[in-house]
Design a protein. Sequence first.
Length: 420
Amino acid sequence: MTKPPVFATLGCRLNAYETEAMKDLAEQAGIADAVVVNTCAVTAEAVRKARQEIRKLRRDNPSARIIVTGCAAQTEPETFSAMEEVDHVIGNSEKMQPQTWARLAPDFVGQTERVQVDDIMSVRETAGHLIDGFGTRSRAYVQVQNGCDHRCTFCIIPYGRGNSRSVPAGVVVDQIKRLVDRGYNEVVLTGVDLTSWGADLPGGPRLGDLVMRILRLVPDLPRLRISSIDSIEADENLMLAIASEPRLMPHLHLSLQHGDDLILKRMKRRHLRDDAIRFCEEARRLRPDMTFGADIIAGFPTESDAHFENSLRLVDECGLTWLHVFPYSRREGTPAARIPQQVNGKIIKDRAARLRAAGDAQVARHLAAQKGRVHSVLMENPRMGRTEQFTEVTFDEDRPEGQIVTATITGLQGQQLTAV
C-alpha cells in the first residue's frame, strides 16, 4: 500500500509557505512513498542540520524516495547529490513547477534526472502557486516577493533565491480577499527582501503603495502585518500607513545586522547606525505603540570589542524588543568568508549570549509596561493569542480561536502576558 509523501521544512517562514505549495503539487502529481526535505542555507550550521535531518529521515523511512530541495539544495547541489541517502535534488525554482513533480511521479521512477537545479539568477517571475490560508487558523501568510538584488558580504541567500521579483498587486489583493472571505482576521506579507517589492513591476511601485492598496481595497481585513523589512528602503507611503492606518499592526522586524558603521560597510549594508536610530525614532513618533524586532549578527569578521559594543548599545538606542541574534557563520562562496581576520568562535558565542541577554531585558521591560493596558488579541488557540505588537498573551479561560478579543493585561509569566 502506498503512503502519502512526508514533508520536512527547515529554515524560514517562506520555506514553510512553499512547503504547503509543494504538498499540493505533489498530491496533484500522485507522488507517493517519498520524503521531501525543504532545506535552508542561511548558515553553514543550517546546511549541517539539513544533512543530519536527511540521514535521520532515511533511517526512519528506509524504503521511501528522498527528495531534497530548498536553498541549500540550490546553492550546494553537489553536497546533497553525493549523499547516498538522497534520491533527487530539486532547485528552488523547479520545486514550484508542476512539471517537476509530474516527472517525479511513480510512473517516471528511474527515468527522471537525479539533479534538477538550474541557474536561479535566470528566473524572472515569482511562482504562481498561491496558498490560501497557510499559517494558523487565525493568521495567514501571503508571499508577495522572492529573491534579493543586494549582495551583503555575509549572505548566501541571493544565490539560493535569485534576484528580486514581485507578485503583482492585483494578484495579492485578490488572494487577501479570498482569505478574508474564509474567515482570516490577520494577513502577514512575507518575502525575502520585502521592501524591494515592486521594483520589477511596471511603474516601480513601492511596498507602501501595496500596503495602502490592500487596506483600501480589502476594507473587511481587520489586521495587516508586515514581516521583516530593510528600514533604509521604507518609502513615504509605508510611513504614511504607519501613521494613519490602525489596521496595520504596530510591529516591524528590522534587518539591521549590526550597530557599527565600519562593520556595516564591510557587510555591504545600505544603512549606517544613525539611519537605523532615526528610522526607529520616526516610526515611534508616528505610531507611539510601535515595537521593533531586529536581526543582529555577532562576530562578523574584523569585529572588535568596540564594534560589538556599538551593536549592544543599538538595542537600547533603537528600543529593540524582539531580537534574532545570529552568531556569524562562515559561508563558502561569500566575500566575508575570504576576510582574513575571522573572529574566534568562543568570542562569537560570548557576544551572541550578551546580545540575547540585552534582548531578554528589553522584552522584560516591554512586558512590564503592558500591565493594566487593554489590547486587542488575536486568538491563536483557545488559551493563547497575540497583541497588536505580536506579544503572546495567555488566558485562564477559553476564548474563540481565530477571533480578535479585547483583553486587559493582568501581569506576566515568563515571556508571555496574562490577561482577562
